[in-house]
Structure formats: structure tokens, C-alpha cells
Design a protein around this ligand. Structure first.
Ligand code: AHR
Length: 618
């Protein structure tokens, strides 16, 4: 075997090639990257989000023996209209206290000995001064630490306290209880570890954020795929499409919503936090907005009303990059970030199937191009590496001059092996590929290996493939919507799958010089010692999918002399090729070279009987 490596002096500029894709799937935000420890903190869980949810999901009601009172959730005098539900505790006779206990996400609330936790809530009373207790406790009721508040205001008021946990417990609880007779109203109950990623307020869970940061991604696509465009067209509906403006500002003003992955989403991790995180980890932000079309329910914004949706895109660019004297630049500054976020990319739509989308894309594209010619606009190519949506997407992208087009595919490992050269023929296209979602199906080392081999093909084609990100990024192991995922966690541990480490390897080691490697596999004087007969066949190996072997200089040396055969091209799916006839004692010589495909490089010989092959594995 001869391996030839040519240094062809071609430098490869991989640009922003490798990034990550954040979607709130598998509880990637609430219960995951977003560090909030209280589940259903504003009592907004609803059957619209998920069958079986109710306003007290994750809260256990505690009315002890001897107490008289009730617990309810109401919405007539909310602190915030955006999240109208709040808890009401009525105590006629409180005994040791009437209240509720929050069970957190997964196994419970994770607290660590010596660490500080910040509690906050809004509360009001009925006019009578009340004592109200908040506690960190175990699942079986052992009290670790308690804070007591005196409430006398009938207007909503914010209460805060700090806990320093005396213990480490992976399944702790947060308790709230009224210990005076009277009525209390409570909303937006929050418990955050002080120790968030870079100590930011309303921040991110440190260990998960660090796993992402350690990858050194060049960009982050957010806030999701299907999550973005699945929903109603009315932004005030609970299950509206994802509208980024709803995710800014005080958390109590961000309306909790139905996440299309079957749970409630608080939006506590919103666009400002996404931009901030991108900046913190040195990744370029890559937001994706709905294009006025929901392919899941086939709902389209009438073209006459599309302006509002286009304004969302234009305003987002202004929010990210605008001067502080612009409307949206000022909003960014008011949130504490006067400097721009340097947005370069914007995606419109996700995996869109349907002409309705491409009709609307035109308006988005033209408006963004006109106002912000420097922004790179990303079109979409549907959910597969081929098919009608893919073709419509590419046609639209080339027609409009989209800078990139978002391709998605989840395939068996063998697909990635067989398609190593997938992008070899994309040269010369004006639109670059954004491979915004891909993974080989499963999370073994073998999947990671084939992804690595595929990524080499992507790098080789970096002139055509501009951006790439594996999907999904995060998964809480108690709330799995989708497999495989890159980073797995529960409420206190985090792990990378083998694919995570391949992604990290490639993100840390981007090639700068292209080496051409050709492997010439020469086999000579191969002797077939067979007594079986005279007919000689050459056949492809059984694992040679997508593999093409060229066999040249084939000669059969017999006692009577030499038989020369024509050169042969053997494809994986070919029938055995008849070479010639010979005596029982012969030698076959040939030179063989793989010309396409990888793996499964094998050829077989047969003498006389096509079913009796001698296999040569290389
Ligand atoms: O990555 C999971 C989902 O797969 C995305 O939401 C969607 O775009 C795709 O179908």
C-alpha cells in the first residue's frame, strides 16, 4: 500500500465554520442552561403547554393537621398582565403554617454546602400584617435554613433574601408558608445560585455554560429550530410563534409560553441573555426569526400584514448593532449594554416546507438587504439533504442572492460515511451552505468517528460550506425530547457525549493548509491456490458501499502463459466480474486503486464457483 500526501499550498480559510446551535429542547433552557432553580415560578403552567400541567405543577400544597385554610391560584389582580397567575394562601388558622413546596427540576433543587442562593418573590397581603416564611429544606421536610418576612402592603412588593446552604443535597426543596392568619398573594418566586457563569444576574448555570464555552464555538445559532416557527400568528397568544421582543426586560414581564417541545418555557433566557452569552464566549450571534409561516399548522401571515414581522427582523438588527440614540439601540443600552453586539448573521425561517414561506422570504430578504446590506441573510433548505423543500430553498437562495442557506439532516452513521464527498460539487455557488443541524443517529464513539470523518469533508469544502453546527446541543436526562444530543446533564452533573469531544477537537484545531492525500493500493503476485476450477471472478467486497475500485494491469499467470484482462472498474453494488479461465495452478496480479468512497475496501476472487470467494481486505 502506498500513501501519497501532497502539500498543494492551498491554504484553507475556515472562517466561522464551527459553531453551536442552542434550542430550548430537552429542557435546555429552564432546568438547563438557565440557572433558575424554581420550576413553574410564576404559576403559569397550563394544559395548553402540556397535557396534565396545571397552575400548581411542581408545587406541593402543605396544610398541616390542625390548620384551617386554602391554597389557590388566581388571576384577577396580577402583578404583571404578561404573567397573570399568582398564588393565594388563605389562613384562618395557620397552625405551624400553610404553604407550598417547590420541587425544582428533575430530582429536585441542587444546593451545595457553603454556596449562596438568592431568593426573590413578589408578594402582597390583604391589609393585615403577616409573617411569611421561606425555607431551604430536604424532600422529607428537614429545614436547612429559614428566612422570615413581615408583609403589610396590599400593593405588590418585591422581597429578597440570601441563603447560604449548610448542606449539599441534589433533591432539596424551596418552601413558602404563611404563619399568620390572613391572606397573602405571591408571584414570581425565584431562587438562583449566586455563582452563575461569570456571575451574571438572571444568569446561566456555570458548569453547562463552561462546557459550551470550552468548545470555542465561532458562532451560536439560537433560539431554536421548530421552536421558532411553530405557533399561532398572534403574538399575544400563549402559543404564539417565538417573538424575540417578548423576551427582553424584567423576567416577570416576559410571558411564559408553550414550548413546541411539550413543556412550558419562561423566556427567562431571552435575547439579551443570548447576545450576552455569545459575547462572553467569543461566539458570533446567529439569531433565527420566524418567516411568517408555520409549516407545522400551515398558518401564513397574510402578505398584506407581513410588515410587522419584517420589522421584527429590522428592529433586531438595530437592537444588536444600532447606536444608542436609535430606538432599539437605546433599549439595548437601557438593559446595560451600550456597546453593540456586532451582529453579522440573521436567519429567516427554519426547515421551511411550502411556497408560502418562500413567497414571504422575498419580502424579508429585500427589506434587510436594503437597510442593512452588510448583514448576511440565511435562507432555509428544508429538513432533508434533498427533496422538494431543499430544491425550493436553493432556488430561492440563488434567485435572491441569500448569503447562506440552512441545511439540516439527521442520518445513520453509514450515510455520513457514504456521503463524505457530499459538498465536493458545490463549487461556484454564490450561496454558501450553513449546515445548521446534523448528527449521526446515536451517541456512541462510532457516531462521533463518522461525524469526524464527515467534518473533514466539510473542511475540504470550506469555500462552499460557511457554517456548521451539530444539533441538538443540550439535554436534561430527566426530560428527553430528542436523541442524540451533544451535552447531557441532570441537576448537578454535566457530561459531553463522544460527539461533544469530536466537536471540541475540530473547533480547537481548525486546519489552515489543505493536504491532498491519495492512497494507492497495489497488490501484486496474489496467489490463489485453488483446486476448484478454472473460472476466475473479481467481485466487490461486501462492505464496499459507495466504494469504487479501479483495477488495472490485471494478468492471470498460468502454466500455459499469461492471460491479460482489460482494466476493470468495480463498484460496490456490481455483480462479480468474469476475468478469464485458467488451470488450477495460477497467479493473479493486478494493481488496484480506490477512486471513491471510504471504508469497506475489499475485493474478492472466485474460482469456478461465483459463490466461493477468496476475500482480500485492505
Ligand atoms: O434539532 C431538533 C429539531 O430538528 C429542530 O427543532 C428542527 O429544526 C429539526 O427538525
Amino acid at each position: 500500500m502506498r500513501i501519497v500526501v501532497d502539500i498543494n499550498n492551498k491554504t484553507a480559510d475556515l472562517g466561522d465554520l464551527y459553531g453551536v446551535f442552542f434550542e430550548d429542547i430537552n429542557h435546555a433552557a429552564d432546568g438547563g442552561l438557565y440557572a433558575e432553580l424554581v420550576r413553574n415560578r410564576s404559576f403559569e403552567f397550563n394544559t395548553i403547554d402540556k397535557d396534565g400541567y396545571h397552575a400548581l405543577t411542581a408545587w406541593n400544597v402543605q396544610i398541616p393537621d390542625g390548620a384551617i385554610g386554602s391554597i389557590s391560584v388566581q388571576d384577577s389582580h396580577p402583578y404583571c398582565l404578561e404573567n397573570p397567575h399568582y398564588l393565594v394562601i388563605d389562613a384562618t388558622e395557620p397552625a405551624v403554617g400553610i404553604g407550598v413546596v417547590n420541587e425544582g427540576f428533575g430530582e429536585g433543587i441542587y444546593i451545595e454546602a457553603g454556596k449562596r442562593y438568592i431568593f426573590s418573590c413578589y408578594a402582597a397581603c390583604d391589609g393585615r400584617p403577616l409573617r411569611f416564611e421561606v425555607s431551604l429544606r430536604s424532600a422529607d421536610g428537614t429545614m436547612y435554613e429559614k428566612k422570615v418576612f413581615l408583609i403589610s402592603n396590599s400593593e405588590w412588593e418585591c422581597f429578597r433574601a440570601e441563603f447560604v446552604s449548610p448542606v449539599t443535597n441534589t433533591s432539596a426543596r424551596l418552601g413558602l408558608r404563611l404563619v399568620s392568619a390572613g391572606r397573602i398573594y405571591i408571584d414570581m418566586v425565584s431562587l438562583f445560585p449566586e455563582d452563575t457563569f461569570l456571575n451574571r444576574q438572571n444568569g446561566l448555570r456555570k458548569d453547562i455554560a463552561e462546557m459550551i464555552a470550552d468548545l470555542h464555538p465561532k458562532f451560536m445559532r439560537f433560539p431554536g429550530g421548530c421552536l421558532v416557527h411553530d405557533g399561532s400568528l398572534n403574538e399575544n397568544d400563549r402559543d404564539s410563534m417565538y417573538r424575540w421582543k417578548k423576551t427582553l426586560g424584567p423576567i416577570e414581564k416576559r410571558p411564559a409560553r408553550r414550548n413546541n417541545w411539550g413543556y412550558n418555557q419562561t423566556l427567562g433566557l431571552g435575547y439579551f441573555e443570548f447576545f450576552q452569552f455569545c459575547e462572553d464566549i467569543g461566539a458570533k450571534p446567529l439569531p433565527v426569526l420566524p418567516g411568517g409561516w408555520d409549516p407545522h399548522h400551515k398558518r401564513a401571515v397574510p402578505v398584506s400584514m407581513i410588515k410587522e414581522w419584517i420589522d421584527d427582523a429590522l428592529d433586531l438588527i438595530e437592537f444588536a448593532n444600532g447606536d444608542i440614540d436609535t430606538e432599539w439601540g437605546k433599549k439595548r443600552a437601557d438593559l446595560g449594554h451600550p456597546e453593540p453586539f456586532f451582529l453579522e448573521y440573521i436567519g429567516i425561517g427554519n426547515e421551511e416546507v411550502g411556497e408560502e414561506f418562500f413567497e414571504r422570504y422575498t419580502y424579508f430578504h429585500e427589506a434587510i438587504r436594503k437597510k442593512y446590506p452588510e448583514i448576511k441573510i440565511i435562507n432555509t433548505a428544508g429538513p432533508c439533504a434533498g427533496g422538494i423543500a431543499y430544491e425550493m430553498g436553493w432556488e430561492s437562495a440563488e434567485k435572491h442572492g441569500s448569503d447562506l442557506i440552512d441545511e439540516h439532516y439527521y442520518q445513520a452513521p453509514e450515510w455520513f460515511i457514504a456521503n463524505h464527498h457530499h459538498y465536493d460539487n458545490y463549487n461556484g455557488r454564490t450561496t454558501k451552505v450553513f449546515l445548521g443541524e446534523y448528527a449521526s443517529k446515536d451517541d456512541t464513539w462510532y457516531n462521533a468517528l463518522v461525524e469526524a470523518s464527515y467534518m473533514i469533508g466539510l473542511e475540504k469544502n470550506a469555500e462552499s460550506v460557511g457554517l456548521v453546527c451539530y444539533a441538538p446541543l443540550l439535554c436534561h436526562t430527566d426530560y428527553i425530547n430528542w436523541k442524540p444530543d451533544m451535552i447531557l446533564y441532570d441537576n448537578n452533573r454535566v457530561f459531553g457525549t463522544p460527539s461533544y469531544y469530536v466537536q471540541k477537537l475540530f473547533m480547537h484545531n481548525q486546519g489552515e493548509q489543505e493536504l491532498t492525500v491519495s492512497i494507492n493500493t497495489d497488490i501484486e503476485n496474489e496467489v490463489i491456490e485453488s483446486k476448484l476450477g478454472k473460472k476466475i471472478y473479481l467481485a466487490p467486497g461486501i462492505r464496499g458501499r459507495d466504494c469504487v475500485m479501479e483495477c488495472s494491469d490485471i494478468r492471470i499467470l498460468t502454466k500455459e502463459g499469461e492471460i491479460t484482462c482489460p482494466n476493470a472498474v468495480i463498484r460496490a453494488e456490481d455483480e462479480p466480474l468474469f476475468l478469464g479461465e485458467a488451470d488450477e495452478d495460477y497467479t493473479v496480479r493486478f494493481v488496484m486503486k480506490r477512486t471513491s468512497g471510504i471504508f469497506g475496501i475489499s475485493l474478492r476472487f472466485a474460482c469456478a464457483d461465483k459463490n466461493n470467494f477468496r476475500k482480500i481486505e485492505l
